[in-house]
Design a protein around this ligand. Structure first.
Ligand code: KIV
Ligand code: ZN
Length: 508
């Protein structure tokens, strides 16, 4: 029997995913995600768009230096400055790639680029040739390809392959395509681009009509061998094709695809949680593969079937994607050994120092809460390992509220150089009072644009997780905090966002 062909998984969570409104990540967070993507087994990590900001440049360089197995790719417009910058950022990578893009639809050329087809063809060719002087691994994307004239796309692809592109990526930039139509475009490329055998055909689909995964799978059926996607499907507007859905569709329907990927599927759930936690984008409960309800059976008939034989209503064993099978709960009497084992089962491998911090936090939580579930542990680890340096540390917060008095809050902060600051404020509610008291101490103008609180598990003693977004000078900063007391969680989240803002301003 011949070996199944492999589909290259190109992850763009750190580039297109981060382009999602409000999804800013700091450098350390990007590195943490890149490390997890390497564990997941992606073939290519698009680490960023270096020319857009010094922060993006530094993140791409750091990832290029540290992550050794996947190809590290940097995005560049078809401009000399972008291409040179992309090369500078990825040149330390063991396997570097430059990804050049330029619009190819008449709509974009006429209204945005204000250039003719001939000019765009020449820019595409010459900028691929420029990138080729640096490295061999060059990808080219004719942007908005799904709305372009196919005959023109064939010409552009032939020219860039001749100039040295080794991957040609067909983007459905605005999520406009329908599966059969997109599949026909891919098939047309194989039939009409004479040198197509010298490049890998890739696809990059957006989800504006909810068809990103369907379009990607159809393209794979018609011969595309690289799929560009993101964890949890995050990305510009409605997002990109979701990595976990594509990989699991190819695996689960092996009877139709007869293809493989390098993805270690048992790492999927953990990667999804990490990306959600660090970007602040929650995963909707009914999200395929990684949503909280994706494997929970509510109806009696379904429960009966699954108990008798899981295959009756379950097409994927949840353990395949790393959802822990055990619902064992830890408690006050659980020791270091049990906690360490649980962490390992949940896929965490912490340094001794991080483990010790996490264990202390676990013990404190177990004192407040009788049963500590897996979701509590995940929340606690995320809280302990938050990676923003603190310019102001929340030391104490005290509120008085109720239906009679005026909500009042007192807060005490400690600065990074050890100064202790305290103040108090009144508010319309306890959170408002706490935030006003903090604002009196941290005098940095910002607007609170989002505040959400959710409980990690069921039960009134559950941990509350708070997410806030604040805006300052047009930039959004996300903050998160978790505690069994939601006012404390709210204060932690706000401080987390303010610290991000202050660190960003300091390093700008
Ligand atoms: O959606 C798009 O067209 C892109 C390109 C840069 C590939 O993200
Ligand atoms: Zn895109």
């Amino acid at each position: 029997m011949s070996e199944a062909e492999r589909v290259i998984i190109f992850d763009t969570t750190l580039r297109d995913g981060e382009q999602a409104a409000g999804g800013t990540l700091n450098i350390q967070e990007k590195l943490d995600i890149a490390r997890q993507l390497e564990r997941l087994g992606v073939d290519v990590i698009e680490a960023g768009f270096p020319v857009t900001s010094p922060g993006d440049f530094d993140a791409v360089s750091l990832i290029a230096e540290e992550i050794r197995t996947p190809v590290i790719c940097a995005l560049a417009r078809a401009h000399p400055k972008d291409i040179d910058g992309a090369w500078e950022a990825v040149k330390q990578a063991k396997h570097p790639r430059i990804h050049v893009f330029l619009s190819a639809s008449d709509i974009h050329m006429l209204h945005q680029l204000k250039k003719s087809r001939e000019e765009v063809l020449e820019m595409s060719r010459s900028m691929v040739a420029r990138a080729k002087q640096y490295i061999d691994d060059i990808e080219f994307s004719p942007m908005d390809a799904s709305r372009a004239e196919p005959g023109y796309i064939y010409q552009v692809l032939e020219a860039v392959i001749d100039a040295g592109a080794t991957t040609v990526n067909i983007p459905d930039t605005v999520g406009y395509a329908i599966p059969t139509e997109f599949g026909d475009l891919i098939e047309g490329i194989f039939q009409n681009v004479p040198n197509i055998d010298r490049a890998v055909v890739s696809i990059h689909c957006h989800d504006d009509l909810g068809l990103a995964v369907a379009n990607s799978l159809e393209a794979v059926k018609r011969g595309a061998r690289q799929v560009e996607c993101t964890i949890n499907g995050i990305g510009e507007r409605a997002g990109n094709a979701s990595l976990e859905e594509i990989v699991m569709a190819i695996k689960t329907r092996g009877d139709l695809f007869d293809l493989t990927t390098n993805i270690r599927t048992a790492q999927i759930y953990k990667t999804s949680r990490l990306v959600s936690e660090l970007t602040g984008f929650p995963v909707q409960p009914n999200k395929a593969i990684v949503g909280a309800n994706a494997f929970s059976h509510e109806s009696g008939i379904h429960q009966d079937g699954v108990i008798k034989m899981p295959i009756t209503y379950e097409i994927i064993d949840p353990r395949t994607v790393g959802i822990p099978a055990s619902s064992l709960v830890l408690g006050k009497t659980s020791g270091r050994h049990a906690f360490r084992e649980r962490l390992a089962e949940l896929g965490y491998s912490l340094s001794e120092q991080d483990f010790n911090r996490a264990f202390i936090a676990f013990k404190e939580l177990a004192d407040k809460k009788k049963k500590v579930a897996d979701k509590d542990i995940e929340s606690l680890i995320a809280e302990e390992l938050r990676t923003v340096s603190e310019i102001y540390h929340l030391d104490r917060v005290q509120v008085s509220c109720g239906d009679r008095g005026i909500p009042t809050a007192a807060v005490r902060l400690v600065t990074s150089d050890g100064q202790v600051l305290a103040d108090a404020a009144l508010g319309t509610g306890p959170v408002d009072a706490v935030y006003k008291a903090i604002n009196r101490l941290v005098k940095v103008p910002s607007v609170l644009t989002e505040f959400t609180v959710k409980s990690v598990t069921e039960g009134i003693d559950a941990i509350g997780e708070v997410l806030v977004r604040i805006e300052s000078e047009g930039v959004t900063y996300t903050g998160r905090g978790a505690d069994t007391d939601i006012i404390v969680a709210s204060a932690k989240a706000y401080m987390n966002a303010l610290n991000r803002l202050l660190v960003a301003k300091k390093t700008a």
